[in-house]
Design a protein around this ligand. Sequence first.
Ligand code: TEU
Ligand code: CA
Length: 561
Amino acid sequence: MTTGAFWQEEVVYQIYPRSFKDSNGDGVGDIPGIIGKLDYLKELGIGIVWLSPVYQSPNDDNGYDISDYEAIMDEFGTMEDWEALLEGLHARGIKLIMDLVVNHSSDEHRWFEESRKSKDNPYRDYYIWRPGKADGVEPNNWVSVFGGSAWQYDEATDEYYLHLFTRKQPDLNWENPKLREEVYKMMKFWLDKGIDGFRMDVINFISKADGLPSAGDDRYAWGGEFFMGGPRIHEYMREMNERALSRYDAMTVGEMPGVTPEEAVKFTSPESREVNVVFQFETMDIDSGEGGKWNVKPWRLADLKAVTNKWQYGLNGKGWNSLYLNNHDQPRMVSRFGSDSAEYRKPSAKMLATFLHTLQGTPYIYQGEEIGMTNVQFGSIEEYKDVETHNYYREAVRDRGEPVDRVMASIYAKGRDNARTPMQWDGSAQAGFTTGTPWIAVNPNYASINAEESLQDSDSIFRYYQRLIKLRKANPIMIYGDYNIVAEEHEQIYAYTREWQGEKWLVALNFSADDARFELPEALRGCSEENLIVANYDDEPNRSSAELNLRAYEARVYRIV
Ligand code: TEU
Ligand code: CA
């Protein structure tokens, strides 16, 4: 689907403001800190910044619990700072998309403070209130994404309110047209300020099934079937488009846990007029065992190929993919899908970058990914800050009696704080992130892994990302070309072609730490030094024209036709 739209042709860089750059020494990243790094982003070559929430918030979930949608969080700065950021980005030809978190607000939002006052308060139905069942049983058996019941009892009116995330994140009632109008008004407030679109937080959760039925008979159970892609979701998305977005050239990205390619086509096809692209979670689930993410299992290349095939073939010509392997909710991709060992961190980070930037869709770079930042292992649970991690630790160790070392191993592998340690700018104290004490500890490896070192190294991961982004601007085949997998059964190598208006590229990626040999099909035997597009090793291995020998985590991209 070629539209030439900026949200197809540019690369997105996600900033998690709390951890990006602190300008005033309070240990918390802020907007003036981001402004000081705009030339770094310009040098990388990205065209769009996705800014995680900067709105007023008590930070129960680090800004994803909003208490005033039209004010800037005090710790992050002022509205004037934000306007200077927007101006600075636009002056560099970089667009800005903001995070739209409207499945829920903070319980400190004035709407909720009103809503909980009485059953006949005008704001009562901005949220989802229900009476409990007999003897203190919640209205249904749904659990929250972050553990425990999804219902919180509120004594003032002797009813429960729904919260699919923390109890300080009450779900907004999208059945209420007044609430929907409030959201559209707020969206236009920001669009009129000149932003270029929104990333929409768990936007496929906003329509809940009529009657809010329990999921089975267990005391508690996951109720996703009743709110992921619920009955009125397309109605709401089309209404949002008509009422708030259609008058603007806005990019819209729907974060949709559980979405399938078939559903994604319904959300993203041009005629649907709902969103441009979605974030799917199936790739993020390939190393989750029974019961979810904390039950870590080794991921398999066959599963990565199967999921990527499903989404590449499923949306080709019908919708558009978001291409990511990490963000502020996921562990660092080089640790999870590559190798963060001293020997293989650089080649594997570059190989993974080649994967993301040579698939069909829009690639996302999460802050620090471009310098190969890795997961972290803090010594004690107290050093972790994420509410999801603390809830998991408490339920696993205290409630289920699981051994601490096994629980910590799951946190090391999948905890969200892996992505939230401060951006590593240089080798000075606190990695140059702050002159104070950071809100969360810096990863101890900052002395060797930091932006300053990357900018000085012509062979760095940063420089490789720069090359990929430049290649994308010069080669529409990278953006629009049809994807076709090759040698699907190979257990180490992931290979595929891209074809566009008579041109054909071959991408060959060794996802393993061992040498791998790849018999080239007849039609793909044009690989030679002359038509090498990009590679993460700077010398061509010796090989016959009939095969490719790839070294540990080696990536090679050739023009075949
Ligand atoms: O995340 C939605 C979501 O499903 C995540 O909870 C994700 O599945 C989980 O964090 C993986 O461990 C969005 C935001 O990206 C996340 O930061 C917020 O915590 C959440 O919504 C609630 O707003
Ligand atoms: Ca600060």
